[in-house]
Design a protein around this ligand. Structure first.
Ligand code: ADP
Length: 243
């Protein structure tokens, strides 16, 4: 999996709000094709960090490198990356297919190919083609998740970021979607960076996990390593929530 240059490198990232360092010196390499989850309790700095990674905000200091190129101040709409929000932000007046085609259009894909691209992405996100003309408002919560994912895939991003997309979904469906998301990530070979407050969710899906505490990474490692060799008391106690 490891490539010569990690797809995303964070070098001593700090984001301050007044005297508070919401992100406080985060350094991390994310490899191409991995599913990396940033997990931590509420207020630990996950949202602030992902906003920097997506380009919704700039770091106070430190560098963010995408394939070795500094992107600190490149705005979100100029980056080859994409985010799936908790709210999903689908267009309610459009059909499933139109929602997905929209991001292919944003990417500059011609009208003819757009439909084909959208159809491919629906398939990738495990939605039947019969859903193409269905109104988004008639889709269930789980189906909407898949539409949001298909729409993000149609953009063909280099990295797909997820901001707690499953947190409002009931337990059983969430378990199904976690597994599906991991399968889709594997099938597409894309780099997924996911944030959640749920360590249980992180353990199921991730190739590697970064545990955040008060703006810092308390530990980075595979789920197995974090589970069997927690490096500090915070991670041990946070782990207790899974057992
Ligand atoms: P998480 O996503 O892990 O819950 P956040 O990144 O939202 O954590 O918040 C980390 C810390 O930064 C919190 O103490 C929060 O109150 C603070 N914070 C986040 N955004 C702002 C902001 N725009 N202005 C001031 N403080 C902020």
């Amino acid at each position: 999996m490891a490539s010569a240059t990690p797809i995303l490198q964070l070098r001593n990232i700090v984001k301050s709000f007044g005297s508070l360092n919401a992100v406080d010196g985060v350094s991390l390499d994310i490899e191409e094709g991995e599913l990396f989850t940033i997990v931590g309790p509420s207020g630990s700095g996950k949202t602030t960090l992902i906003r920097l990674l997506v380009g919704m905000d700039s770091p106070t200091s430190g560098d963010i490198l995408l394939r070795g190129k500094r992107i600190n101040d490149v705005p979100a709409n100029k980056r080859p990356t994409c985010m799936v929000f908790q709210s999903l932000a689908l267009f309610p007046h459009m059909s499933v297919g139109e929602n997905v085609e929209y991001s292919a259009k944003c990417k500059g894909i011609g009208k003819k190919e757009r439909r084909q691209r959208a159809a491919e992405c629906l398939k990738l996100s495990h939605l039947p083609q019969s859903y193409y003309d269905k109104a988004v408002t008639q889709c269930s919560g789980g189906e909407r998740q898949r539409v949001a994912l298909a729409r993000a895939l149609a953009f063909n991003p280099e990295i797909l970021f997820f901001d707690e997309p499953l947190s409002a979904i009931d337990y059983r469906l969430r378990k199904t979607l976690e597994k599906e998301l991991k399968d889709i990530q594997r099938e597409t070979g894309k780099t997924f960076v996911y944030i959640t407050h749920s360590l249980e969710e992180a353990m199921v899906m991730s190739d590697r996990i970064g545990v955040m505490r008060e703006g810092k990474l308390a530990q980075v490692g595979s789920p197995a390593t974090i589970y069997t060799q927690p490096e500090n008391r915070f991670v041990t106690e946070f782990m207790g929530e899974v057992n």
